[in-house]
Ligand binder design. Sequence first.
Ligand SMILES: Nc1ncnc2c1ncn2[C@@H]1O[C@H](COP(=O)(O)OP(=O)(O)OP(=O)(O)O)[C@@H](O)[C@H]1O
Length: 249
Amino acid sequence: MSDIVLSARGIKKSYFKDKLEVPVLRGVDVEVPRGKVTALVGRSGSGKSTLMHILATLDQPDEGEVYFGQQRIDNTSRRTRDSFRNKQIGIIFQFYHLLPELSALENVLAPTMIGRSFTDYFRSRKETRRHAEAMLDRVGLLQRASHKPSELSGGEMQRTAIARSLMNDPQLLLADEPTGNLDTDTGHEILGLLRGLNENEGLTICMITHDDAIAETADVCHRMKDGQLLLSPRRTRTESPDAPKLQIA
Ligand SMILES: Nc1ncnc2c1ncn2[C@@H]1O[C@H](COP(=O)(O)OP(=O)(O)OP(=O)(O)O)[C@@H](O)[C@H]1O
């Protein structure tokens, strides 16, 4: 199995506003190493969300290539990309994107209604439901299973979104400003939860953030500026004060 879960080469993307081309990504190369937490950090407008949408196959680049392991995915059909994403990638967003009329448990079950992947693994509805409950338990929220988003705190909504993202056992979790809508303490709780999933279960995580302090908690940090990744210091998180803290990528 490749040590790189996801990689992108030469990614370019422009938007058009009043017939004027606005280049947003100007040739981005990036790799997401397996089993690590990678941060893409940059100021507002630097192109982070645009890049994440392309990495998640939610959007396509104008130029460049995206690979999942060795397999190129950006040039596949929409249906293939949708099915691939549903099985391999969990995604969480700053504003959670929960369905307001559904309970926490029903929100976690939502991915099973989209693709067929889940029925490959689980035979009965009962088992599917049990698995969703286990995902809520994994994020410490089983006791809120019947609550609707309006009855949950911000942190609880993000936990629900994380549980939902884990439902199909993804290889990679992409997180777009996962703590951006939370107070500092709750944000730390969510980061701790993500770090736990990485350290205890080996989940590969790639998160984007504008916050340097959050980026510093990652194993690897890439800085974005004006649609490009700067030749970045590659930070390796270490427990020992004697160990080298910075490696140059
Ligand atoms: N659909 C769109 N149409 C036109 N311009 C867009 C579109 N989406 C993004 N942009 C522009 O692309 C640039 C990068 O946006 P993007 O959301 O990727 O940045 P970001 O680094 O994630 O910013 P933030 O942290 O504020 O979310 C911005 O200047 C934005 O105005």
